[in-house]
Ligand binder design. Structure first.
Ligand code: GUN
Ligand code: FE
Length: 455
């Protein structure tokens, strides 16, 4: 006797490759007690009717209503949780000034655990309501508040990967927002790792500690080396900012006479579980190093437009074999929605493509083959994010976690322009990707559990 804990009957969209979206029409998704997709059954399969008869009418059976569709939950590969408090503000400043004038003063307030609680509860709930089922978070330098963020993720049911930020270099960090000293920064990080690993033992969807040097300018060599060693010792994920702005890129060149990628590699900070945000200035040698080490790029297209004034050649990096996922970079990027970021990824890539500015001579108009499609942006927000984190998430396929968003295209206040029950399903997919708003996200599930619903 088969006993799935849940069976969903739904039409779903999932990446089968970076360029192709698989349409799973009226499929059955059979979920087991671990919250994994154990079996995906199409209407043509022999056991489709048998399973339908077995589960239909039971409390374990969920049939999506007409006009509702399933997408994998989104995976946000770069969020500064404390910066939710300033989202949408001060984006006219360059990165260096923005950090020193707004961001470091804001983050320093997270020594106050009550303040941290208010912001962290909001940001996790907001991301879930926007369909983000997994998030790779920067917290702040404070160990207690960073632990609180990990705990809030577990309580709200989100899969959180959380980093206590390390900033120990007195040259580049303000006195009131800096680790006490290098040894304390490393000891706090090790404590943080052990506590989160303990917490993870009782959490179905997982919660993960992440080694988080903020970026090279904020860290001493000793801290970078110690963090590389801790990552190896505990086999943790690693995140940082890499080659983001002109200023940061030049700073690293001056200090190490090499680009961020090779400098990070020297400290043991690249690898299969490393995710580097931005990477606007990655050259082909850097990209090859990323591909060879399995290091992923977190592409933050909204933020890049502001702080790097740039469009990263994401199609080129992807063609070079670099793993890529999508990041909101709250609050360098103002939107908590990966729908918004997927749209911007496509729009930005088209602005880089050839044909840009027709008044220029042909060879100066742009970079051929730069554009990406909405299918690729969807891949980056889902399956690409899962591969970047080396976790079985981001696809509606067997042995993947049941992390999904139910999109309702019929919500009165946000109705999508679908006028026929026979509408081509790929058109429906594209309309969802371009037009869906938080109102359309009816339910969100993580690891087989419902974690958000909107009536
Ligand atoms: N570089 C160092 N810190 C930050 C940050 O908080 N946001 C962004 N976008 N870049 C950074
Ligand atoms: Fe960032």
């Amino acid at each position: 006797m088969i006993s799935y804990t849940k069976v969903f009957q739904a039409t779903a969209f999932s990446s089968s490759s970076p360029k192709e979206v698989e349409i799973l029409k009226e499929h059955l998704f059979c979920i087991n007690a671990d919250g994994l997709i154990e079996k995906v059954v199409g209407p043509e399969a022999d056991d489709y009717k048998y399973l339908l008869d077995l589960y239909q009418g039971t409390e374990n059976f969920h049939r999506l209503a007409d006009g509702q569709y399933l997408l994998p939950g989104f995976i946000d590969l770069h969020v500064h949780a404390p910066q939710w408090a300033q989202s949408g503000t001060a984006l006219d400043l360059p990165l260096y000034d923005w950090l020193n004038t707004y961001t470091f003063p804001l983050e320093s307030r997270f020594s106050d655990i009550h303040f941290a609680k208010e912001i962290y509860e909001d940001v996790v709930a907001t991301l879930l309501a926007n369909g983000t089922t997994t998030a790779l978070y920067f917290a702040t330098i404070h160990k207690e508040a960073s632990l609180l963020l990990a705990k809030i993720c577990t309580e709200k049911g989100q899969r959180g990967l959380v980093g206590k930020v390390v900033m120990d270099d007195p040259e580049q960090t303000p006195e009131n927002y800096r680790d006490a000293d290098t040894q304390t920064a490393l000891a706090d990080t090790e404590d943080f790792i052990l506590t989160v690993k303990e917490l993870a033992k009782s959490v179905k969807q997982g919660v993960y500690p992440v080694i988080t040097p903020r970026f090279i300018p904020s860290c001493t060599d000793e801290a970078l080396k110690g963090l590389g060693e801790l990552a190896a010792k505990y086999d943790t994920h690693i995140q940082s900012h890499c080659s983001e702005s002109d200023w940061a890129h030049t700073y690293v060149q001056d200090r190490f006479n090499k680009n961020d990628a090779f400098a990070l590699h020297d400290f043991g900070l690249l690898g299969d579980k490393s995710v580097m945000a931005h990477c606007n200035f990655l050259n082909d040698d850097d990209a090859e190093l990323f591909a060879n080490t399995g290091t992923a790029v977190s592409h933050c297209p909204i933020s890049n437009a502001y702080f790097a004034n740039s469009v990263i050649p994401i199609a080129h990096l992807h063609a070079k074999g670099v793993e890529i996922g999508l990041g909101s970079d709250i609050s360098g990027g103002f939107s908590p929605s990966l729908f918004d970021n997927a749209r911007q990824a496509v729009i930005s890539s088209r602005m880089l493509d050839d044909g840009v500015n027709p008044s220029l001579p042909a060879e100066k108009r742009g970079v051929p083959n730069s554009r990406i499609t909405i299918n690729e942006a969807f891949y980056f927000a889902t399956a690409g994010g899962g591969e970047s984190l080396s976790l079985p998430i981001g696809r509606l396929a067997e042995n993947y976690a049941w992390d999904v968003q139910i999109i309702d295209t019929t919500i009165a206040s946000a109705k999508l322009p679908i006028y026929s029950t026979n509408e081509d399903l790929f058109d429906v997919f594209q309309k969802i990707m371009y037009l869906a708003r938080p109102e359309n996200i009816r339910e969100v599930w993580v690891q087989g559990e419902k974690v958000h619903s909107r009536m």
